[in-house]
Design a protein around this ligand. Structure first.
Ligand code: CTP
Ligand code: MG
Length: 231
C-alpha cells in the first residue's frame, strides 16, 4: 500500500486571491478538496498527509475539508520541498510515497494508480512522474533574446504531479539544507541530481496546475464538463 502527501501550504501569490490557494473556491468546494477526493478514491492509497498553510492544520481546517481519520494535517514549510519533507516525516512507514500538488485539482484516481503501478512495476526506478508531451515548439534564447537553438520536441515532457517515490530515496534527497530544497521546483529533480533513475508516465495536459486566474477559470470549466459527463 502507498501513502499520499498532498502539498497545499503555498500562499498562491500569482493567483492573487485574499486567501491561500488551497482554500480558494473552485466549482463549489475549496481547490484542495478536488485532488483530495481523487486521492481518497485511489485504491492503492491507504493514508494521506496534507501540508497545510501556516495556522491551518488544526481541527477547524479538518472539519472544513470534511476529513476522516485516515487523513492527517501538518503545517508546511517555507518552500514546496520543505512542505514535502514535513509531510513525509509525518507519514509512517509505507514504502511507496505519492506526492501531489493541491494546485492540480484535475487529478484522477486512474492517473494516480497508473503512476504508482509504473514505479512498482520497475524495480530499478527510484521515481515515476506524470508528464504531458510538449505541444509548443521550444527554443532556447540568450540574455539578449537571440535564439540559440530549437529543441527536439519529441523528447520533451512537461512535468506534473503525481510523482511517486520509494520512501528511502525521497527521504535521502530531502535531507538537504533549506536553500538547496528551495531551489527545486519538483522532487524528482532532486532524485535526478543524486544520480537516481526517474521514469515518465504519459499524462494528459488536462491535469493542469492552477497558477493564475486564467488557470482557475479553465479548471472550473473542465471540472464542470467532467461532472456533466459523469451524470
Ligand atoms: N507549496 C507548499 N509549500 C510551499 C510552497 C508551495 O506546499 N511553501 C505547494 C502549493 O500549495 C502548491 C504546490 O506546492 O500546491 C505548487 O506550488 P505553486 O503552484 O507555486 O503554489 P504557490 O506557491 O501557492 O503559488 P505562488 O508560487 O504563486 O505563490
Ligand atoms: Mg510557489
Amino acid at each position: 500500500m502507498a501513502v499520499a502527501l498532498i502539498v497545499a501550504a503555498g500562499s498562491g501569490q500569482r493567483l492573487g486571491a485574499r486567501r491561500p490557494k488551497a482554500w480558494v473556491e473552485l466549482a463549489g468546494r475549496p481547490l484542495l478538496g478536488w485532488s483530495l477526493e481523487s486521492i481518497s478514491r485511489t485504491a492503492s492509497i491507504e493514508r494521506v498527509v496534507i501540508a497545510m498553510p501556516p495556522g491551518d492544520a488544526g481541527p477547524e481546517a479538518a472539519a472544513r475539508l470534511g476529513l476522516d481519520r485516515a487523513v492527517e494535517l501538518v503545517e508546511g514549510g517555507q518552500s514546496r520541498s520543505e512542505s514535502v519533507a514535513r509531510a513525509l516525516r509525518a507519514s509512517g512507514e509505507d514504502e511507496i510515497v505519492l506526492v501531489h500538488d493541491a494546485a492540480r485539482p484535475l487529478l484522477t484516481p486512474e492517473l494516480a494508480e497508473s503512476v504508482i503501478a509504473a514505479l512498482v512495476g520497475d524495480p530499478g526506478a527510484d521515481a515515476a512522474i506524470a508528464a504531458a508531451p510538449v505541444s509548443d515548439t521550444i527554443k532556447r534564447a540568450d540574455g539578449a533574446l537571440t535564439v540559440i537553438e530549437t529543441l527536439d520536441r519529441s523528447v520533451l515532457w512537461s512535468v506534473q504531479t503525481p510523482q511517486v517515490f520509494r520512501r528511502e530515496a525521497l527521504r535521502r534527497v530531502l535531507d538537504a539544507p533549506p536553500e538547496q530544497l528551495a531551489a527545486a521546483t519538483d522532487d524528482a529533480s532532486l532524485i535526478e541530481r543524486a544520480g537516481g533513475r526517474v521514469i515518465v508516465v504519459p499524462s494528459s495536459p488536462e491535469n493542469l496546475k492552477v497558477t493564475t486566474p486564467v488557470d482557475l477559470r479553465l479548471a472550473e470549466l473542465l471540472l464542470a464538463d467532467r461532472h456533466r459527463s459523469d451524470a
